[in-house]
Design a protein around this ligand. Structure first.
Ligand code: ADP
Ligand code: ASP
Ligand code: MG
Length: 430
Protein backbone atom coordinates (compact mmCIF):
# COMPACT_ATOMS: atom_id res chain seq x y z
CA UNK A 1 0.00 0.00 0.00
CA UNK A 2 1.24 3.48 -0.78
CA UNK A 3 2.67 5.38 2.14
CA UNK A 4 0.19 7.92 3.51
CA UNK A 5 1.26 11.53 3.91
CA UNK A 6 1.59 12.23 7.62
CA UNK A 7 0.14 15.71 7.76
CA UNK A 8 -3.21 15.33 6.09
CA UNK A 9 -5.02 17.50 8.62
CA UNK A 10 -2.72 20.37 7.91
CA UNK A 11 -3.03 19.77 4.18
CA UNK A 12 -6.78 20.14 4.31
CA UNK A 13 -6.71 23.19 6.59
CA UNK A 14 -5.91 26.70 5.46
CA UNK A 15 -2.24 27.44 4.83
CA UNK A 16 -0.32 28.76 7.80
CA UNK A 17 0.47 32.44 8.00
CA UNK A 18 4.06 33.13 7.01
CA UNK A 19 6.23 33.20 10.11
CA UNK A 20 3.63 31.46 12.28
CA UNK A 21 4.74 28.97 14.93
CA UNK A 22 5.66 25.51 13.60
CA UNK A 23 2.57 23.32 13.11
CA UNK A 24 4.60 20.13 13.45
CA UNK A 25 6.74 19.39 16.46
CA UNK A 26 10.10 17.73 15.98
CA UNK A 27 13.21 18.46 14.01
CA UNK A 28 14.05 22.03 13.07
CA UNK A 29 13.68 22.89 9.39
CA UNK A 30 16.56 24.65 7.68
CA UNK A 31 16.26 26.17 4.22
CA UNK A 32 19.53 26.51 2.30
CA UNK A 33 19.82 28.33 -1.03
CA UNK A 34 22.76 27.81 -3.37
CA UNK A 35 23.32 30.35 -6.17
CA UNK A 36 24.52 29.83 -9.73
CA UNK A 37 28.27 29.96 -8.96
CA UNK A 38 27.80 27.33 -6.21
CA UNK A 39 26.27 24.81 -8.63
CA UNK A 40 28.23 25.81 -11.75
CA UNK A 41 29.40 22.24 -12.57
CA UNK A 42 28.84 18.67 -11.44
CA UNK A 43 31.89 18.77 -9.19
CA UNK A 44 30.56 21.83 -7.34
CA UNK A 45 27.10 20.22 -7.12
CA UNK A 46 28.82 17.27 -5.40
CA UNK A 47 30.35 19.63 -2.84
CA UNK A 48 26.95 21.22 -2.22
CA UNK A 49 25.50 17.71 -1.76
CA UNK A 50 28.14 17.06 0.95
CA UNK A 51 27.07 20.21 2.80
CA UNK A 52 23.39 19.38 2.54
CA UNK A 53 23.99 15.88 3.84
CA UNK A 54 26.01 17.30 6.77
CA UNK A 55 23.08 19.56 7.72
CA UNK A 56 20.75 16.57 7.60
CA UNK A 57 23.15 14.46 9.68
CA UNK A 58 23.24 17.25 12.27
CA UNK A 59 19.57 16.53 12.99
CA UNK A 60 17.73 19.02 10.79
CA UNK A 61 15.03 18.66 8.18
CA UNK A 62 16.59 20.23 5.11
CA UNK A 63 15.01 22.02 2.16
CA UNK A 64 17.46 23.17 -0.52
CA UNK A 65 16.68 25.82 -3.13
CA UNK A 66 18.97 25.94 -6.16
CA UNK A 67 19.67 28.44 -8.92
CA UNK A 68 20.48 27.53 -12.51
CA UNK A 69 24.07 26.36 -13.13
CA UNK A 70 26.54 29.23 -13.58
CA UNK A 71 25.39 31.71 -16.22
CA UNK A 72 22.70 29.39 -17.64
CA UNK A 73 19.90 31.97 -17.35
CA UNK A 74 21.88 34.52 -19.38
CA UNK A 75 22.58 31.83 -22.00
CA UNK A 76 18.90 30.90 -22.27
CA UNK A 77 17.93 34.57 -22.60
CA UNK A 78 20.45 34.99 -25.42
CA UNK A 79 18.96 31.96 -27.21
CA UNK A 80 15.46 33.42 -26.89
CA UNK A 81 16.60 36.74 -28.37
CA UNK A 82 18.28 34.89 -31.21
CA UNK A 83 15.12 32.90 -31.92
CA UNK A 84 12.97 36.06 -31.78
CA UNK A 85 15.12 37.97 -34.23
CA UNK A 86 15.46 35.05 -36.66
CA UNK A 87 12.10 35.74 -38.31
CA UNK A 88 13.32 39.09 -39.64
CA UNK A 89 10.02 40.71 -38.61
CA UNK A 90 9.71 43.97 -36.69
CA UNK A 91 8.59 42.33 -33.45
CA UNK A 92 11.88 40.98 -32.15
CA UNK A 93 10.69 40.76 -28.53
CA UNK A 94 10.46 37.17 -27.24
CA UNK A 95 6.98 36.62 -25.75
CA UNK A 96 7.24 36.79 -21.97
CA UNK A 97 5.21 33.63 -21.43
CA UNK A 98 7.62 31.58 -23.52
CA UNK A 99 10.60 33.25 -21.82
CA UNK A 100 9.33 31.92 -18.49
CA UNK A 101 8.83 28.43 -19.91
CA UNK A 102 12.41 28.56 -21.12
CA UNK A 103 14.13 30.23 -18.15
CA UNK A 104 12.48 27.99 -15.58
CA UNK A 105 14.26 24.98 -17.13
CA UNK A 106 17.65 26.25 -15.88
CA UNK A 107 16.77 25.66 -12.24
CA UNK A 108 15.20 22.29 -13.06
CA UNK A 109 18.52 21.00 -14.34
CA UNK A 110 20.30 21.87 -11.09
CA UNK A 111 17.52 20.55 -8.84
CA UNK A 112 17.60 17.13 -10.50
CA UNK A 113 21.40 16.92 -10.51
CA UNK A 114 21.61 17.85 -6.82
CA UNK A 115 18.93 15.30 -5.93
CA UNK A 116 20.87 12.63 -7.85
CA UNK A 117 24.12 13.61 -6.09
CA UNK A 118 22.48 13.44 -2.65
CA UNK A 119 20.92 10.06 -3.38
CA UNK A 120 24.33 8.82 -4.55
CA UNK A 121 25.53 9.60 -1.01
CA UNK A 122 22.96 7.21 0.44
CA UNK A 123 20.36 9.79 1.52
CA UNK A 124 16.77 9.99 0.36
CA UNK A 125 16.00 13.11 -1.64
CA UNK A 126 13.35 14.37 -4.04
CA UNK A 127 13.30 17.40 -6.32
CA UNK A 128 10.31 19.66 -7.00
CA UNK A 129 9.66 22.48 -9.43
CA UNK A 130 8.30 25.77 -8.11
CA UNK A 131 4.72 24.83 -8.94
CA UNK A 132 5.05 21.39 -7.31
CA UNK A 133 6.36 23.22 -4.22
CA UNK A 134 3.18 25.30 -4.05
CA UNK A 135 4.72 28.65 -4.99
CA UNK A 136 1.75 30.65 -6.27
CA UNK A 137 2.37 33.97 -7.97
CA UNK A 138 0.52 36.75 -9.68
CA UNK A 139 0.26 36.49 -13.46
CA UNK A 140 3.13 38.79 -14.48
CA UNK A 141 5.67 36.99 -16.59
CA UNK A 142 9.44 37.53 -16.11
CA UNK A 143 9.04 39.41 -12.82
CA UNK A 144 6.14 37.72 -11.02
CA UNK A 145 5.57 38.21 -7.31
CA UNK A 146 4.81 35.37 -4.91
CA UNK A 147 1.42 35.82 -3.36
CA UNK A 148 1.00 32.55 -1.49
CA UNK A 149 2.98 29.44 -0.63
CA UNK A 150 1.31 26.07 -0.09
CA UNK A 151 4.21 23.73 0.65
CA UNK A 152 2.15 20.59 1.37
CA UNK A 153 4.17 18.24 -0.80
CA UNK A 154 7.39 19.49 0.75
CA UNK A 155 6.00 18.92 4.25
CA UNK A 156 4.92 15.40 3.34
CA UNK A 157 8.36 14.54 1.98
CA UNK A 158 10.15 16.02 5.01
CA UNK A 159 7.89 13.92 7.23
CA UNK A 160 9.07 10.88 5.27
CA UNK A 161 12.64 11.79 6.17
CA UNK A 162 13.63 13.02 2.71
CA UNK A 163 15.76 15.98 1.79
CA UNK A 164 13.72 18.22 -0.53
CA UNK A 165 15.35 20.09 -3.41
CA UNK A 166 13.39 22.96 -4.94
CA UNK A 167 14.00 24.75 -8.25
CA UNK A 168 14.34 28.42 -7.35
CA UNK A 169 13.18 31.50 -9.27
CA UNK A 170 9.84 30.08 -10.44
CA UNK A 171 6.24 29.54 -9.52
CA UNK A 172 2.80 29.09 -11.00
CA UNK A 173 0.13 31.74 -11.45
CA UNK A 174 -3.54 31.26 -10.58
CA UNK A 175 -4.02 30.75 -14.31
CA UNK A 176 -1.72 27.72 -13.97
CA UNK A 177 0.97 29.36 -16.07
CA UNK A 178 4.65 28.95 -15.22
CA UNK A 179 6.14 32.25 -14.04
CA UNK A 180 9.62 33.44 -13.04
CA UNK A 181 10.34 35.78 -10.14
CA UNK A 182 12.76 38.33 -11.61
CA UNK A 183 16.56 38.06 -11.79
CA UNK A 184 18.10 36.73 -8.61
CA UNK A 185 14.68 35.33 -7.65
CA UNK A 186 15.91 32.04 -6.18
CA UNK A 187 16.61 34.01 -3.00
CA UNK A 188 12.90 34.89 -2.89
CA UNK A 189 11.90 31.24 -3.30
CA UNK A 190 14.13 30.33 -0.35
CA UNK A 191 12.82 33.00 2.01
CA UNK A 192 9.16 32.48 1.07
CA UNK A 193 9.52 28.74 1.69
CA UNK A 194 11.33 29.33 4.98
CA UNK A 195 8.42 31.52 6.08
CA UNK A 196 5.73 29.08 4.96
CA UNK A 197 7.51 26.12 6.60
CA UNK A 198 8.26 28.09 9.79
CA UNK A 199 11.89 27.18 9.23
CA UNK A 200 14.39 27.96 11.92
CA UNK A 201 16.50 29.92 9.45
CA UNK A 202 17.26 30.59 5.82
CA UNK A 203 20.88 30.33 4.71
CA UNK A 204 21.80 32.06 1.42
CA UNK A 205 25.04 30.61 0.03
CA UNK A 206 26.94 32.44 -2.74
CA UNK A 207 30.53 33.21 -3.73
CA UNK A 208 30.88 35.88 -1.04
CA UNK A 209 30.93 35.32 2.73
CA UNK A 210 28.22 37.81 3.57
CA UNK A 211 27.22 41.39 2.89
CA UNK A 212 29.96 44.01 2.63
CA UNK A 213 29.90 47.79 2.86
CA UNK A 214 30.25 47.82 -0.96
CA UNK A 215 30.64 45.27 -3.74
CA UNK A 216 34.07 43.77 -2.87
CA UNK A 217 34.73 43.21 -6.59
CA UNK A 218 34.61 46.99 -7.14
CA UNK A 219 35.76 48.44 -3.81
CA UNK A 220 38.79 46.53 -2.49
CA UNK A 221 38.47 48.21 0.95
CA UNK A 222 34.85 47.11 1.41
CA UNK A 223 34.19 45.94 4.97
CA UNK A 224 32.45 42.78 6.01
CA UNK A 225 29.21 43.50 7.89
CA UNK A 226 28.58 40.76 10.49
CA UNK A 227 25.10 42.08 11.30
CA UNK A 228 22.73 44.12 9.25
CA UNK A 229 19.30 45.63 9.65
CA UNK A 230 16.66 44.30 7.25
CA UNK A 231 15.54 47.78 6.20
CA UNK A 232 19.08 48.78 5.23
CA UNK A 233 19.67 45.55 3.29
CA UNK A 234 16.37 45.94 1.47
CA UNK A 235 17.32 49.46 0.40
CA UNK A 236 20.74 48.15 -0.72
CA UNK A 237 19.10 45.36 -2.73
CA UNK A 238 16.52 47.68 -4.33
CA UNK A 239 19.38 49.86 -5.58
CA UNK A 240 21.62 47.19 -7.02
CA UNK A 241 23.47 45.15 -4.34
CA UNK A 242 22.70 41.75 -5.80
CA UNK A 243 24.09 39.72 -2.90
CA UNK A 244 20.48 39.06 -1.76
CA UNK A 245 17.53 39.99 -3.96
CA UNK A 246 15.20 42.75 -2.77
CA UNK A 247 11.98 40.75 -2.84
CA UNK A 248 13.62 38.11 -0.64
CA UNK A 249 14.62 40.69 1.97
CA UNK A 250 11.11 42.09 1.88
CA UNK A 251 9.68 38.62 2.64
CA UNK A 252 12.19 38.06 5.42
CA UNK A 253 11.28 41.37 7.06
CA UNK A 254 7.58 40.76 6.78
CA UNK A 255 7.68 37.19 8.10
CA UNK A 256 10.50 37.47 10.63
CA UNK A 257 12.64 34.81 8.91
CA UNK A 258 16.27 35.01 10.08
CA UNK A 259 18.60 35.36 7.06
CA UNK A 260 22.23 34.21 7.05
CA UNK A 261 24.36 35.20 4.03
CA UNK A 262 27.35 32.85 3.72
CA UNK A 263 29.94 31.58 1.26
CA UNK A 264 29.61 28.12 -0.28
CA UNK A 265 33.37 27.97 -0.56
CA UNK A 266 34.30 28.51 3.13
CA UNK A 267 36.00 25.43 4.57
CA UNK A 268 33.67 25.65 7.58
CA UNK A 269 30.14 26.68 6.57
CA UNK A 270 29.32 30.07 8.09
CA UNK A 271 32.91 30.64 9.33
CA UNK A 272 32.15 34.25 8.43
CA UNK A 273 28.61 35.38 7.67
CA UNK A 274 26.16 38.26 7.76
CA UNK A 275 23.11 37.85 9.96
CA UNK A 276 20.18 39.97 8.84
CA UNK A 277 17.76 40.96 11.57
CA UNK A 278 14.63 43.06 11.67
CA UNK A 279 16.39 45.58 13.91
CA UNK A 280 20.11 44.98 14.06
CA UNK A 281 22.01 46.73 16.85
CA UNK A 282 23.82 49.88 15.76
CA UNK A 283 21.43 50.63 12.94
CA UNK A 284 18.55 52.39 14.63
CA UNK A 285 17.31 55.67 13.26
CA UNK A 286 19.25 57.56 15.92
CA UNK A 287 22.67 56.58 14.57
CA UNK A 288 22.46 58.73 11.42
CA UNK A 289 25.12 56.82 9.64
CA UNK A 290 26.08 55.51 6.23
CA UNK A 291 26.34 51.72 6.08
CA UNK A 292 27.12 50.86 2.47
CA UNK A 293 27.73 52.08 -1.06
CA UNK A 294 25.67 50.47 -3.79
CA UNK A 295 25.59 50.78 -7.56
CA UNK A 296 23.32 49.56 -10.30
CA UNK A 297 24.36 49.60 -13.95
CA UNK A 298 21.84 49.62 -16.71
CA UNK A 299 19.30 52.18 -15.63
CA UNK A 300 17.50 54.77 -17.74
CA UNK A 301 16.50 58.28 -16.69
CA UNK A 302 13.06 59.21 -18.02
CA UNK A 303 12.19 62.90 -18.11
CA UNK A 304 8.74 64.23 -18.80
CA UNK A 305 8.23 67.87 -19.81
CA UNK A 306 5.47 69.99 -18.26
CA UNK A 307 2.09 69.15 -19.74
CA UNK A 308 2.58 65.39 -19.67
CA UNK A 309 0.16 64.02 -17.11
CA UNK A 310 1.33 61.67 -14.38
CA UNK A 311 -1.62 59.33 -14.91
CA UNK A 312 -0.75 58.97 -18.63
CA UNK A 313 2.84 58.20 -17.70
CA UNK A 314 1.86 55.56 -15.14
CA UNK A 315 -0.62 53.97 -17.55
CA UNK A 316 2.11 53.62 -20.16
CA UNK A 317 4.58 52.18 -17.63
CA UNK A 318 1.93 49.71 -16.45
CA UNK A 319 1.03 48.64 -20.00
CA UNK A 320 4.66 47.95 -20.83
CA UNK A 321 5.41 46.25 -17.50
CA UNK A 322 8.11 48.79 -16.62
CA UNK A 323 9.09 49.28 -12.99
CA UNK A 324 10.37 52.63 -11.78
CA UNK A 325 11.80 54.38 -8.72
CA UNK A 326 12.73 57.86 -7.48
CA UNK A 327 9.76 59.46 -9.21
CA UNK A 328 9.23 63.18 -8.71
CA UNK A 329 6.51 65.08 -10.47
CA UNK A 330 5.07 68.58 -10.52
CA UNK A 331 3.34 71.05 -12.84
CA UNK A 332 6.68 71.84 -14.51
CA UNK A 333 7.36 68.20 -15.39
CA UNK A 334 8.92 65.21 -13.74
CA UNK A 335 11.51 62.48 -13.85
CA UNK A 336 12.04 58.92 -12.71
CA UNK A 337 14.51 56.05 -12.99
CA UNK A 338 13.75 52.83 -14.88
CA UNK A 339 15.93 49.89 -13.77
CA UNK A 340 16.42 47.50 -16.71
CA UNK A 341 17.35 44.31 -14.79
CA UNK A 342 13.88 42.83 -15.21
CA UNK A 343 13.04 44.30 -18.60
CA UNK A 344 13.62 41.48 -21.08
CA UNK A 345 13.70 43.67 -24.17
CA UNK A 346 14.42 47.35 -23.52
CA UNK A 347 14.71 48.30 -27.21
CA UNK A 348 11.18 46.99 -27.85
CA UNK A 349 9.80 48.59 -24.68
CA UNK A 350 11.48 51.89 -25.57
CA UNK A 351 9.89 51.95 -29.02
CA UNK A 352 6.47 51.41 -27.49
CA UNK A 353 7.01 53.96 -24.71
CA UNK A 354 8.01 56.67 -27.19
CA UNK A 355 5.03 55.76 -29.41
CA UNK A 356 2.66 56.18 -26.45
CA UNK A 357 4.35 59.33 -25.08
CA UNK A 358 6.24 61.14 -27.84
CA UNK A 359 7.25 63.97 -25.45
CA UNK A 360 9.20 61.69 -23.10
CA UNK A 361 13.01 62.02 -23.04
CA UNK A 362 15.13 58.97 -22.20
CA UNK A 363 18.80 59.14 -21.09
CA UNK A 364 20.62 55.81 -21.46
CA UNK A 365 24.09 54.55 -20.63
CA UNK A 366 23.72 55.55 -16.98
CA UNK A 367 24.33 53.89 -13.63
CA UNK A 368 22.99 54.76 -10.22
CA UNK A 369 25.33 55.07 -7.24
CA UNK A 370 23.97 55.35 -3.73
CA UNK A 371 24.99 55.78 -0.13
CA UNK A 372 22.66 53.64 2.01
CA UNK A 373 22.23 54.08 5.73
CA UNK A 374 19.78 55.70 8.09
CA UNK A 375 18.90 59.22 9.10
CA UNK A 376 20.77 60.52 6.05
CA UNK A 377 18.51 63.55 5.66
CA UNK A 378 18.34 64.52 9.33
CA UNK A 379 20.73 67.36 8.45
CA UNK A 380 21.97 68.73 5.12
CA UNK A 381 25.53 67.66 5.79
CA UNK A 382 25.52 64.09 4.35
CA UNK A 383 23.98 65.29 1.08
CA UNK A 384 26.42 68.22 0.90
CA UNK A 385 29.30 65.79 1.32
CA UNK A 386 27.82 63.48 -1.32
CA UNK A 387 27.57 66.30 -3.88
CA UNK A 388 31.05 67.56 -2.98
CA UNK A 389 32.78 64.16 -3.31
CA UNK A 390 31.34 63.58 -6.78
CA UNK A 391 31.96 67.20 -7.83
CA UNK A 392 35.61 67.11 -6.76
CA UNK A 393 36.15 64.09 -9.01
CA UNK A 394 34.55 65.89 -11.96
CA UNK A 395 31.53 63.55 -11.90
CA UNK A 396 28.38 65.46 -12.77
CA UNK A 397 25.19 63.63 -11.70
CA UNK A 398 22.23 63.78 -14.09
CA UNK A 399 19.81 63.32 -11.23
CA UNK A 400 20.16 63.36 -7.44
CA UNK A 401 17.77 61.98 -4.82
CA UNK A 402 17.79 62.02 -1.03
CA UNK A 403 15.75 60.12 1.55
CA UNK A 404 16.51 59.10 5.13
CA UNK A 405 17.73 55.69 3.90
CA UNK A 406 19.56 56.72 0.73
CA UNK A 407 21.47 59.42 -1.12
CA UNK A 408 21.57 58.56 -4.80
CA UNK A 409 22.86 59.95 -8.10
CA UNK A 410 22.68 58.91 -11.71
CA UNK A 411 26.10 59.12 -13.36
CA UNK A 412 27.59 58.05 -16.68
CA UNK A 413 28.16 54.28 -16.53
CA UNK A 414 31.96 54.73 -16.86
CA UNK A 415 32.01 56.84 -13.67
CA UNK A 416 30.18 54.27 -11.54
CA UNK A 417 33.24 52.35 -10.27
CA UNK A 418 35.36 55.38 -9.30
CA UNK A 419 32.28 57.02 -7.72
CA UNK A 420 31.74 53.94 -5.52
CA UNK A 421 35.36 53.97 -4.35
CA UNK A 422 35.32 57.70 -3.59
CA UNK A 423 32.00 57.56 -1.75
CA UNK A 424 33.19 54.54 0.25
CA UNK A 425 36.32 56.42 1.31
CA UNK A 426 34.28 59.50 2.28
CA UNK A 427 31.30 57.87 4.01
CA UNK A 428 32.19 54.39 5.26
CA UNK A 429 35.93 54.34 5.90
CA UNK A 430 36.34 57.28 8.33
P1 ADP B 1 24.36 33.98 -6.51
O1 ADP B 1 24.57 33.67 -7.94
O2 ADP B 1 24.95 32.97 -5.59
O3 ADP B 1 22.94 34.32 -6.19
P2 ADP B 1 25.08 36.73 -6.83
O4 ADP B 1 26.06 36.88 -7.94
O5 ADP B 1 23.65 37.02 -7.13
O6 ADP B 1 25.24 35.28 -6.20
O7 ADP B 1 25.51 37.65 -5.59
C1 ADP B 1 26.83 37.60 -5.09
C2 ADP B 1 27.62 38.77 -5.66
O8 ADP B 1 27.05 39.98 -5.19
C3 ADP B 1 29.06 38.83 -5.20
O9 ADP B 1 29.89 38.09 -6.05
C4 ADP B 1 29.37 40.32 -5.22
O10 ADP B 1 30.19 40.70 -6.30
C5 ADP B 1 28.02 40.98 -5.40
N1 ADP B 1 27.78 42.08 -4.44
C6 ADP B 1 27.28 43.30 -4.78
N2 ADP B 1 27.20 44.08 -3.72
C7 ADP B 1 27.64 43.37 -2.65
C8 ADP B 1 27.78 43.65 -1.26
N3 ADP B 1 27.46 44.85 -0.75
N4 ADP B 1 28.27 42.68 -0.46
C9 ADP B 1 28.61 41.48 -0.97
N5 ADP B 1 28.49 41.15 -2.27
C10 ADP B 1 28.01 42.08 -3.12
N1 ASP C 1 18.87 31.91 -12.38
C1 ASP C 1 18.18 33.15 -12.08
C2 ASP C 1 19.05 34.35 -12.47
O1 ASP C 1 20.12 34.18 -12.99
C3 ASP C 1 17.71 33.22 -10.67
C4 ASP C 1 18.78 33.21 -9.61
O2 ASP C 1 19.95 32.95 -9.89
O3 ASP C 1 18.44 33.45 -8.45
O4 ASP C 1 18.63 35.45 -12.27
MG1 MG D 1 21.81 36.06 -6.63
Amino acid sequence: MAEQPTNRVQQEGSPREPGAAPARPGRPIIVQKYGGSSVADVDKIGKVADRVVAAKRAGNDVVVVVSAMGKTTDGLLALARQAASAGGGAAAEPPRRELDMLLSTGERVSMALLSIAIQARGFEAISFTGSQSGILTNDRHFDARIIEVRPFRIEDELARGRIVIVAGYQGMSYRREITTLGRGGSDTTAVALAAALSAERCEIYSDVDGVYSADPRVVPDARHLPELDGAVLQEMAECGAKVVCAQAVEWARRSGVALYARSTFDAVPGARETVVRRFAPGSTASTHSARAIVAEGNVVLARAPGGLRLDALLRAAGELGLGFRDLSFGPGGGAFVIPLLNVPDWQGAKRQLVALLPQIELDEGLASVSVVGDGLTATASPLSRFVEVLGRAGIAPRFTVASPLRLGALVDAVDAAPAQRLLHAAFVEP
